[in-house]
Structure formats: structure tokens, C-alpha cells
Write a protein that binds this ligand. Structure first.
Ligand code: MRU
Length: 336
């Protein structure tokens, strides 16, 4: 993606490796401040995943791959480093996929820098292909809805849900994107709107609760990301996804999730087995550090919800748009 950093428009990824350090855009500071952090140890990378400096399933995976590289360079116990990274966020499958991938590559004696860079490059290429396969789902003049941020920031580059929109826009198609704000962390309002503005794609931020209203008025397609997809096509994504899927079903609006194969978890049969992360009450009761709920009021903060596969029109992957029942093809692609 192209971003303005220190007054200069530069091509950057959400995170990268440079001079022995992991560099990452601090997503907590966006949209007002594009700040690049330099992380020097696997522990710092784990903290950055936990506190959502870097977030979005594929980007979390990429950060973990770089974390393992730093652990290897620093002569740390790799199993302990893997445990630390795995403990940061429970839902995004890419985290576990990337850690296992790096453990395997390091055990085979691969160069750690090359292995981590290859992992990130492959995620970027997969997301580019998600854009290519998803683009035909967007007709010229389409009204599209998305949720949370499944853009370049969430995936190193291109995005998952946003990749087809980027590709359609690049091909000259007109579109309008409804960006739901995504309480409580506001990834839609802060990050997706930032990416849309940056690309020049027409869009508007809407309150999460206004999604049904706009769907009823006319939305052509809904595309969201995924944090973990079970073997039957059920998937977890940012809280609020499930209700959009049910409403889309009721209103006959095509509803897609987009994800690379690293997000698929074939070890679980259905979405009921996906671990759902609970985050701090403060994310709900406070907004940008200011308490807005009455003192002493408890809050519940599940970070993700699970959408059963029956609500899905398809899953946009790097190998094509799959029906949930064709998830097995992804497994074959992963093994090949
Ligand atoms: O809590 P987050 O911001 O990491 O959640 C992100 C999402 O739910 C995204 O939709 C998902 O990770 C897909 S990112 C391409």
C-alpha cells in the first residue's frame, strides 16, 4: 500500500524486516498518526500482537513468523518462543499456522531470515490472488458492505475482504462501500476508512447498528474477512459479523468471507470448536481512554463471533471462490 509517512508518499507493508529489526505500523495510532515501531526481540513482537499494535489474522501470522526469526537469531529456546507467541491471541488461526511453519523450517535448517521473508511474501501473493478471484463478484456500480478491517493493514498488503474491491477499483469499476465502524475497537472506522480514503474508493462509515437499515435499502454484496475457518466452512470473524450474515440471508444479499489458506483450521470439524477471544471490559466501557459507562458497570467483550457456513455464498481464497462444501480443496492445495 502507498502511505504518506513523514510527508513522503511511500510504498509500505503493514510490517517488514529491516536491519535486524521488525518494523511495523502502529495500528493503535491510526488514522491520525502513521508511526513506525522498531521491535528488537520475539518478546516485543508477542507484546505487539497482544496489545493490537499489529492485528488482523494474516498480519498476526506474519508478525509471529518474524518473532520466530528474532528468537532463533537471539539463541532463545524456540519451543518457549512458540509458546509465548501462541499465547497472545487465541482466535486467529494464522498465528498458529505461522509459528508451526517457522518451527518446521528452522528444524529443517532453513535460513531464518529467508524463511520469515518467504512466509510474508507468500501471504502477500495469496492476498493479491484473493483480489483477482474476488473481483468478478463486484459489478460496476456495486454497493458493498464490509466489517472490521480486512485490508492491507490486516494482512501485510492488499487485504483479504478489501483485495477484490482494490482490484475492481484498479480496473475502473465504480463502487460505494459501507464501512461499519466495528465497536469496540473501531477497526472499521479507524482502519478500513483510512485505507478507503487512501485509495480514493467512495465509502461512508456507518454505525454498526445501521447495517440492517442500509442492507434493506440496497446492498449488492457483503465481503468480510475471517480469523479461523473450520473444516465445514463455519468461520469466526470480528464480533458483529454473524448478525450481518443472518440479515444478508434474510434479505437475499450475497455474503462472502475472504481468506488465505493459512486461516483454515482442518483440525476442527465445525465453528463450535473455534476459541473465541474475550478482551478487556475497558475496551467497551471506555472510548479512546475516556470512561463513558457508569463506574462499576460490568461489560462483556467477546472479540469475535462464529458464522455458520449456511449463511455463506462463498469463500474467496487464493485458489478461487469456493463453496463451503469445497473447503476440502483448500486442504489439498495446502498439502501440495
Ligand atoms: O481483532 P482484530 O482486529 O485482529 O480482528 C480482525 C478481524 O476480525 C479481521 O476481519 C480478520 O482478522 C481478517 S483480517 C484479513
Amino acid at each position: 500500500m502507498k502511505l504518506e509517512i513523514d510527508g513522503e508518499r511511500r510504498e509500505v507493508r503493514a510490517l517488514w524486516y529491516e536491519g535486524g529489526k521488525v518494523m511495523m505500523i502502529d495500528q493503535r495510532c491510526l488514522p491520525h498518526d502513521v508511526r513506525i515501531l522498531e521491535l528488537r526481540s520475539c518478546g516485543q513482537v508477542a507484546d505487539a500482537i497482544r496489545d493490537m499494535t499489529v492485528r488482523g489474522a494474516p498480519a498476526i501470522g506474519a508478525a509471529a513468523a518474524y518473532g520466530m526469526l528474532l528468537a532463533k537469531r537471539d539463541g532463545e529456546d524456540l519451543q518457549a518462543a512458540a509458546r509465548t507467541l501462541r499465547s497472545t491471541r487465541p482466535t486467529a488461526h494464522d498465528l498458529f499456522f505461522a509459528v508451526d511453519h517457522m518451527l518446521r523450517k528452522l528444524a529443517e535448517g532453513d535460513d531464518p531470515v529467508e524463511a520469515a521473508e518467504a512466509y510474508c511474501d507468500s501471504i502477500v501473493e495469496k492476498c493479491r490472488m484473493i483480489g483477482v478471484h474476488g473481483e468478478p463478484l463486484i459489478k460496476d456500480g456495486a454497493k458493498i458492505m464490509t466489517h472490521c478491517n480486512a485490508g492491507a493493514l490486516a494482512t501485510v498488503d492488499h487485504g483479504t475482504a478489501l483485495a477484490p474491491m482494490r482490484e475492481a477499483w484498479r480496473k475502473g469499476k465504480q463502487m460505494f462501500v459501507y464501512v461499519s465502524e466495528t465497536r469496540p475497537r473501531l477497526q472499521g472506522m479507524k482502519l478500513t476508512a483510512f485505507e478507503m480514503l487512501n485509495e480514493g474508493i467512495p465509502h461512508a462509515i456507518i454505525p454498526d447498528g445501521a447495517s440492517g437499515h442500509f442492507m434493506r435499502k440496497g446492498v449488492d454484496v457483503i465481503i468480510v474477512g475471517a480469523d479461523r475457518i473450520a473444516a465445514n466452512g463455519d468461520f469466526a470473524n470480528k464480533i458483529g459479523t454473524y448478525e450481518k450474515a443472518v440479515l444478508a440471508h434474510e434479505l437475499g444479499i450475497p455474503f462472502y468471507t475472504a481468506a488465505p489458506i493459512s486461516t483454515f483450521d482442518f483440525s476442527i470439524k465445525s465453528g463450535e470448536e473455534i476459541p473465541i477471544e474475550d478482551r478487556s471490559e475497558d475496551e467497551v466501557t471506555m472510548i479512546d481512554g475516556m470512561r463513558v459507562a457508569p463506574k462499576g458497570c460490568p461489560a462483556l467483550n467477546p472479540s469475535f463471533d462464529m458464522t455458520p457456513h449456511r449463511y455463506l455464498s462463498g469463500i474467496i481464497t487464493e485458489i478461487g471462490v469456493l463453496k463451503p462444501e469445497d473447503v476440502v480443496k483448500v486442504r489439498e492445495a495446502r498439502l501440495s
